[in-house]
Design a protein around this ligand. Structure first.
Ligand SMILES: [Zn+2]
Length: 299
C-alpha cells in the first residue's frame, strides 16, 4: 500500500480526525539521511508523520516546520510539510545507537529509547502562513518520545484536547518496515460519554505499526478509535518532496557578496553545496563561480 492520508469528521462535526500511512516517506527520509539507523529513523519518521498531518490542516502555499531541539545525541530533528501532503526532513546525527529500554543492544523497535536519544529541550512549531512573520509556537519536550511532546504542544499551545499516535517500525537490519500515525482533535461540545469511549479505546490501542503490519488501513484505524459514524472527507496521496534547486543555491552563493565569492572562486576553484533535506549535491566549478561573481556585481 503506498502512502496516503485520510481526513475525517465524526460526532456531528465535533471531532476532527486524521490517519496516515507513511512507510514510503520514512524509508526515503531514512535513505536520504545517509542511511539512518533505527533510532534516527524512528525519531525523524515520527516527526515527519506529524508534519504531514499538520501540513494538510493548512491551506494553499502555507507550510509547517517542526523542530525538535533536544540535548541528546541525535541533535536537531527537522521536518517541513506543505498543505498538499509533501514532506521533507533531516536529523543532525543519523547514526546514533543506544541500548534499548530493556537493556538489549538492539532488538524490538518499540523498546527503542527515542526519549534518551532526543534528550531534554524544546519543540518548535513554525507555520508560514504567508504573513510577514511566521507563527512560532514552542513547548518544552515532555519525554522526547515525539508523540508525547506533540500531545503536550496541542494541549498547551493550541488548547485542543487531542489524542495521537505516531509509529515507526524498524527491522533488525535497520530498514523501515512500517510507519504511520493518527490524530484526533476534540472540539467543544463532545459529550463525556464519547470522551470516555475514546479514552478507553486509546488505552487498549495496540501500537499503530502492529496494525499496519496486519494490513489495517488508516480508515480502519480511525474506526477502532471513534464511536458512531465517521465521515471520510478526503483521501490525499502523500510523499517525500524537496523544493531545493540549483537556482536557489546559486542565489545563496550570490548573497555571500562579491568579495567572498571571488575568494571561493580563486582559492577553492569550486564549491559543492549539499541540501540538508534531501542530500542532493549542487556543484559549481570555477567558471560558474565567476559567472555568479558577475551576477553579484549587478545586484
Ligand atoms: Zn533538497
Amino acid at each position: 500500500m503506498s502512502d496516503y492520508l485520510v481526513r475525517a469528521t465524526a460526532l456531528d462535526g465535533k471531532l476532527r480526525a486524521f490517519a496516515c500511512i507513511t512507510t514510503d516517506i520514512v524509508r526515503e527520509l531514512s535513505d536520504r539521511n545517509n542511511k539512518a539507523l533505527a533510532l534516527a529513523s524512528a525519531a525523524l519518521g515520527r516527526t515527519a508523520t506529524m508534519a504531514v498531518i499538520m501540513g494538510v490542516m493548512l491551506k494553499g502555499k502555507e507550510t509547517v516546520t517542526l523542530q525538535i531541539r533536544g540535548d541528546g545525541p541525535l541533535g536537531k530533528i527537522v521536518a517541513t510539510a506543505d498543505s498538499e501532503g509533501h514532506v521533507r526532513g533531516y536529523v543532525d546525527n543519523p547514526h546514533v545507537e543506544l541500548p534499548t529500554k530493556d537493556g538489549v543492544v538492539f532488538g524490538d523497535v518499540e523498546k527503542l529509547d527515542v526519549g534518551a536519544a532526543v534528550g531534554d529541550g524544546f519543540l518548535f512549531v513554525i507555520k508560514d502562513l504567508g504573513m510577514k512573520e511566521p507563527y512560532v509556537g514552542s513547548v518544552p519536550l515532555a519525554t522526547g518520545e515525539i508523540g508525547d511532546d506533540f500531545l503536550y504542544y496541542f494541549a498547551q499551545s493550541e488548547q485542543t484536547p487531542s489524542a495521537l499516535g505516531l509509529g515507526v517500525l524498524v527491522d533488525k537490519d535497520q530498514t523501515v518496515s512500517q510507519a504511520g500515525g493518527f490524530l484526533l482533535q476534540l472540539l467543544p461540545g463532545v459529550s463525556d460519554e464519547d470522551i470516555n469511549y475514546i479514552e478507553d479505546q486509546i488505552k487498549q490501542f495496540p501500537h499503530i505499526t502492529s496494525l499496519l503490519m496486519k494490513g489495517q488501513t488508516p480508515e480502519q484505524i480511525l474506526q477502532r478509535l471513534i464511536p458512531g459514524e465517521i465521515k471520510f472527507n478526503e483521501k490525499i496521496e502523500i510523499g517525500f518532496q524537496c523544493d531545493c534547486s540549483r537556482d536557489r543555491f546559486a542565489r545563496g552563493l550570490i548573497s555571500l557578496g562579491e568579495t567572498e565569492l571571488v575568494k571561493i572562486a580563486e582559492e577553492d576553484k569550486a564549491a559543492e553545496l549539499v541540501c540538508h533535506f534531501c542530500n542532493e549535491k549542487y556543484h559549481f566549478n570555477e567558471e560558474q563561480l565567476h559567472e555568479l561573481v558577475r551576477d553579484a556585481k549587478r545586484d
